[in-house]
Ligand binder design. Sequence first.
Ligand SMILES: CC(C)(COP(=O)(O)OP(=O)(O)OC[C@H]1O[C@@H](n2cnc3c(N)ncnc32)[C@H](O)[C@@H]1OP(=O)(O)O)[C@@H](O)C(=O)NCCC(=O)NCCS
Length: 332
Amino acid sequence: MERSEATMPVATTTRWRARAFAGPADFARMQALQRESWRRVGPLSESHPGDLEWWMYGLSDPDPAISTRICLWESEGGELRGWSWIFRGELEWFVHPDERDLELREQMLDWHAATQAELTPGGDELELSTWSTTIQPELGHELARRGYSDAGHVLVHFTQELRAKADADPAPALPEGYSIRSVAGMTDLPQRLAVQRSAFAPSKMTDERYARVMTAAPTYRPELDICAVAPDGTFAAFVLCWYDEPSRVGLFEPVGTHADHRRLGLAGAVCNEGLHRLRALGAERASVLSNGENEAAVNLYRSLGFVEVMRSVEWTKRIPRQGDPAAVEDPA
Ligand SMILES: CC(C)(COP(=O)(O)OP(=O)(O)OC[C@H]1O[C@@H](n2cnc3c(N)ncnc32)[C@H](O)[C@@H]1OP(=O)(O)O)[C@@H](O)C(=O)NCCC(=O)NCCS
């Protein structure tokens, strides 16, 4: 999609050039920036390369406007210093760990407002929302200064060191008749979809989306798509693990148990298997996020040895749309 001037924010007068997303090579660079952050600040990174793949393939349909929705912020020398993505209406963003002042974030906020207005024409008001983390309180202050208010949603970032985990940790016993196995490819798609949709009901997951995860997500590995199988052969629980080999960090996204099979220890069992498989691949750390209000998930991750490292807080604001100056009647 062609970008209009309205969405090319202040690009020439600052330290960064804003550039529209141009496809898989840019996607890989966005992930490389996350990886660099994991190397530098570890679990204080806002998101993981696997999150990007889940958002792009698991939670989105192919999007003809994707180049408008994602903006890359490069230095004069062409180095990627940050990216911003209007994902499901919210601003998701990531900046290089050396960009410590708020200037780049501020430009991303301006870009978000201009682009969101262009992408969602009509209505009197524009709704903007985004996230800041508890380790960057100054960003929260800046959002408040700009009129954003706390939306009341919190994401808890959990991590655990896998190097310290004993090799011989016993696998938790499964209830009788249940077993654990990897997703075996497209023949398992209907079952995998069914358990996903039950866990997250009402879910927006579709055949097409999950098939894209399995076939197009660059680092999807069937052996890390782990399910608990019920005595009747259906899938009862799952964890999809993402392994970023260069940074040696694994991610769980998503985790769930079918509504008919809860509180049997199945999510614990598949996640435990995920931790073992990640470790066997060379992972040194695992990471997972949970809604703060999701008591079951928070307890589950704590019971698996994850510890909280920080929180993300959602911010939102409504602004009146700017009228078209040409449409204002001249009283004279
Ligand atoms: C969260 C979820 C995956 C747990 O699945 P599960 O198979 O029932 O969990 P387990 O039986 O393995 O429970 C392991 C531990 O998690 C905690 N837990 C699980 N369900 C819980 C609940 N409803 N309330 C409080 N703690 C709970 C407990 O500590 C439990 O250990 P315990 O049974 O010895 O007390 C499941 O409730 C689910 O699918 N929820 C909807 C999807 C979701 O929220 N996924 C997580 C997104 S981050």
